[in-house]
Design a protein around this ligand. Structure first.
Ligand code: AMP
Ligand code: MG
Length: 433
């Protein structure tokens, strides 16, 4: 736990290499790049039954122990036969000499002019190379069918041994998140348990004297701590083990104790609030005193202030993201900085959110010199193209607009106003399970 590979680099090692590094005006691309270079990955693994591996990261390549399918078999219900060497007639009459069902074998000899009734998945009888689907044949009587040879090619409807997976080849690569298809594929190989990476332990807490728990009275000037819930929900979806530490008051002694406690058990600590320029609280001071932490003002909206680094307490260390307090800023910085870091920690190769082009249906105001993340609603138009509109007011505290959205529109650093009909890049919230 908490061990780091030897190539772990300090933040200053990385930022010293960036000629125009300016923590008070960092582009989204620069911040992403620093995070990518800084984050290592955790190596501890768990051996789990395949169903428990759903949504987990594979820790090692899975090598196929067998061919799938293991034998040549039929892709159709029909008749298996040997395709004639010479075609004299377009349709030929074949004698039916038996039936083979899935899970059984036909042991007889199939001679030219003969065929075997075969079911999907059944082994192709020796001597046969082609299957004609039942519906293409014409029944002569109980013992013979006519097969339209010219409309079939030799080898049709025959699944070859190993065509899905070959014995000895990588069936699933390490780092892959296991989805239902992967679980089925493991089962098809007869593999009942796999090594997956241990779930990432992520401690999170909210800072701010104005915050109240849901079971507390909402005093004047106070708000409910919603960040704690969005963060826990996003972390749960990413398959992390969440260590929820609730709300930590703006008091240096309590804050330091909380960071130390988080560091003792977590791989990663996420806080929200207290990292803005000019906030009169202790969060930044305490973070800085405990490790290698940079405070950035990122050229983005929403977002902007963010702390990133690694905290050390005793012989334990944990990566740290101090996110801004605004609820939408929390989600955006999580999606675009923390999520890639978590994916990298878990050994995934594709860590950045997947972007898709969409046509903007309206003008979107945009200032050059910062990346803007706008909440959008994407729909398919009659031509099958994705179109997108923004969800209206984009205030960084407005969670409602985040809840209405089904995507985020990412407007790059240099982009100016987007005109109706122009293409923008979006990242959709939902995919398949
Ligand atoms: P800060 O970054 O601490 O200056 O907070 C910026 C804004 O986000 C303020 O309006 C805070 O009240 C709000 N905020 C901070 N933390 C939370 C939280 N955990 N839940 C909801 N809103 C928050
Ligand atoms: Mg605050």
């Amino acid at each position: 736990m908490n061990q780091q590979p030897s190539h772990a680099r300090s933040l200053s090692d990385i930022t010293n290499q960036i000629a125009d590094y300016n923590p008070r005006s960092l582009s989204v691309a620069q911040a992403s790049d620093i995070i990518r270079q800084f984050v290592t990955h955790q190596h501890t693994t768990d051996l789990v039954p395949i169903l428990e591996a759903l949504g987990r990261h594979l820790a090692e390549d899975v090598i196929s122990p067998i061919n799938v399918p293991a034998y040549d078999n039929s892709a159709m219900d029909g008749f298996a036969f040997a395709y004639p060497q010479q075609l004299n007639v377009p349709t030929d009459q074949f004698q039916i000499i038996g039936t083979v069902l899935a899970g059984h074998m036909f042991s007889g000899d199939v001679k030219p002019g003969q065929c075997v009734r075969i079911m999907t998945g059944a082994m192709i009888p020796a001597g046969c190379d082609t299957v004609v689907p039942q519906e293409l044949t014409e029944k002569v009587d109980e013992h013979a069918v006519r097969i339209p040879l010219t409309t079939l090619r030799r080898g049709a409807n025959r699944r070859h041994a190993g065509e899905d997976l070959c014995a000895g080849k990588v069936a699933l690569p390490q780092g892959k998140i296991l989805r239902p298809a992967d679980i089925g594929l493991l089962a098809s190989l007869g593999i009942s348990q796999v090594q997956v990476r241990r779930r990432l332990r992520v401690a999170c807490f909210s800072t701010g004297d104005e915050l109240r728990r849901l079971d507390e009275q909402l005093d004047i000037g106070c708000i409910y701590d919603s960040n704690n819930y969005t963060l826990q929900a996003m972390l749960t979806r990413l398959g992390c083990e969440v260590i929820n530490m609730g709300i930590i008051k703006d008091d240096p002694v309590t804050l330091e104790a909380s960071f130390r406690e988080a560091c003792a058990s977590a791989d990663l600590i996420i806080t929200s609030g207290g990292v803005s320029v000019g906030v009169a609280d202790y969060t930044k001071q305490v973070m800085a005193s405990l490790g290698d932490v940079a405070f950035w003002s990122i050229d983005m909206r929403p977002g902007k202030p963010m702390a990133c680094g690694k905290i050390v307490a005793g012989d334990k260390s944990a990566f740290l993201f101090g996110l801004p307090g605004n609820p939408v800023a929390v989600m955006v910085t999580f999606y675009f900085f923390v999520q890639p870091a978590i994916r990298q920690l878990m050994g995934e190769l594709q860590t950045q959110p997947v972007m898709t082009p969409a046509i903007s249906k309206e003008t979107i105001k945009k200032r050059a010199g910062r990346t803007e993340f706008q909440r959008g609603i994407a729909t398919l138009n009659q031509n099958g193209e994705l179109e997108v509109v923004i969800t209206g007011s984009q205030g960084s505290g407005m969670l409602r607009s985040m809840a209405e959205a089904n995507c985020i529109i990412v407007l790059p650093h240099e982009q100016q106003d987007v005109h109706a009909g122009e293409k923008v890049m979006i990242t959709l919230f939902e995919g398949l399970v």
